[in-house]
Write a protein that binds this ligand. Structure first.
Ligand code: NAD
Length: 437
């Protein structure tokens, strides 16, 4: 059993390459990373003490275009996690058809233990240390776990300040396009915040159509109630799915008759910082409504995975579906909105059971597709409305599911392997063209 995400990513790559007969040199290139950056980030905390944090940026491949991928702030961030996430970005960008390569980064820290002033100081120092390697045509970070538009705004500011200090010339558009997921008034795209969840719903709906199933009344459990989890809950509800369970790192709620109002839950979580006890009747959310709603507490966050639901949406962290619990999963469809939520052993068990897994690199690619829209708008000085963005995104996600589905039929394989095969075919085509020119 191995839960090291980078070892798993390499195994996924190897399997798909063998099936496809990928060029050996390209396989070797993709088994390595173009550049690995690790920096120390000493800062003075508000209480006067000095702490040193570790920051990472891994640039996997730029065959398809500038490196692109989020920045994660989490205690579990380490080099192997970032390497895997950067690799998955290369694959994801190929599948969703955006002209980006793969990158990822992060800082190992518990953001709850830092004040906003400290977090800003740290982010600015990280930006200074990455200044030479990031840029609109080099490497474009974005939000990921525990990072958001405010943090992206600090990066834009600091990048601009450094470019002035070091007299490196960038035009205004390029300065804006150094990161995506920015606040709207700093060049962010309408619809970016909801894009990953919205995109995931479009992929799911397209698959259900293929399976001849209606979304109405299908029960859903969502693990993780951050940017991705909260927005997918919203859009699933609009489409008629019945959300019965939600969880975050502290636990969650299960209401077999269906959670009526995810917006109220949103407000509660914003206010309290956790989901536990959030049983809402109207705008009143507390434990006292639990019996009235027939609710049950989810004490351990991972318990949500084993509930009797039609669809399971892991939208938190990696390695939550493993050889230990895969057999107990009752859902017939898993929509992987988190990156890497299923271990190799977990995946094998799910396949044997006939569970359809919509893999992360397909399911959550709506996020980077919209990051591409943001980057494009920045560089062309355009501003699209949310309706325009979501319309383009919906079309893209429907096509992507269709393409991966067809490859899965052609190669008689799972959607995960089909997604890799499609990605690798596209990368190989670009790579061969670059070699011959
Ligand atoms: P976030 O920080 O906004 O939210 C993460 C959520 O997961 C929080 O609600 C947290 O409480 C919860 N969580 C943490 N540990 C948990 C556990 N053990 N059980 C249940 N919940 C737990 O992060 P996010 O942006 O929503 O990202 C979630 C996942 O989606 C990550 O894997 C990320 O890489 C992936 N993803 C995000 C985007 C994006 O646009 N933000 C795009 C593609 C993929």
């Amino acid at each position: 059993m191995n839960n090291n995400p980078w070892i798993r990513a390499k195994q996924q790559l190897t399997q798909a390459c063998e099936k496809l007969g990928l060029d050996k040199l390209l396989f070797t290139i993709l088994s390595e990373h173009d550049k690995i950056i690790e920096v120390s980030l000493p800062i003075q905390m508000e209480d006067g003490s000095i702490k040193v944090f570790r920051g990472y940026r891994v640039q996997h491949s730029n065959i398809q275009g500038p490196y692109k991928g989020g920045l994660r702030y989490h205690p579990k961030v380490d080099m192997d996690e970032v390497k895997a996430l950067a690799f998955w970005m290369t694959m994801k960008n190929a599948i969703v058809g955006v002209p980006f390569g793969g990158g990822k980064g992060g800082i190992a820290l518990d953001p709850k233990s830092l004040s906003e002033v400290e977090l800003e100081k740290l982010t600015r120092q990280f930006t200074r240390k990455l200044f030479d390697v990031i840029g609109a045509y080099k490497d474009i970070p974005a939000p990921d776990v525990n990072t958001n538009s405010k943090i992206m705004g600090w990066i834009v500011d600091e990048f601009k300040a450094q470019s002035e200090k070091l007299k490196v010339k960038y035009n205004e558009a390029e300065l804006r396009a150094v990161v995506t997921g920015k606040p709207i008034d700093r060049g962010g795209s309408e619809g970016r915040v909801v894009a990953t969840g919205f995109g995931g719903v479009q992929v799911l709906l397209t698959l259900l159509k293929k399976l001849g199933k209606s979304p109405k009344g299908l029960t859903v459990a969502i693990m993780g109630f951050g940017n991705v989890g909260r927005h997918i809950a919203h859009f699933l509800k609009i489409e008629g799915f019945k959300i019965v369970a939600l969880s975050d790192s502290g636990g969650g709620i299960y209401i077999p008759d269906g959670i009526r109002d995810t917006e109220e839950i949103n407000k509660y979580k914003e206010e309290k910082g956790f989901l536990s006890g959030c049983y809402c009747v109207g705008s009143v959310c507390d434990f006292n409504n639990k019996d009235k709603l027939g609710g049950r507490d989810i004490i351990k966050p991972e318990d949500i995975l084993e509930l009797p639901v039609d669809i399971l949406v892991p939208a938190a962290l990696e390695n939550v579906i493993t050889h230990e619990n895969a057999d107990k999963i009752k859902a017939s469809i898993i929509l992987e909105l988190a990156n890497g939520p299923t271990t190799l052993e977990g995946d094998m068990i799910l396949n044997k059971k006939g569970v359809i897994v919509i893999p992360d690199i397909l399911a959550n690619s709506g996020g980077v597709a919209t990051s591409y829209f943001e980057w494009y708008q920045n560089l062309h000085d355009e501003h699209w409305t949310e309706d325009e963005v979501l319309k383009k995104l919906k079309e893209k996600m429907e096509i992507v599911l269709q393409e991966v589905y067809e490859v899965s039929l052609e190669y008689k394989t799972t959607l995960r392997e089909a997604a890799y095969i499609l990605a690798l075919k596209r990368i190989e085509k670009i790579w061969k063209k670059q070699k011959s020119s």
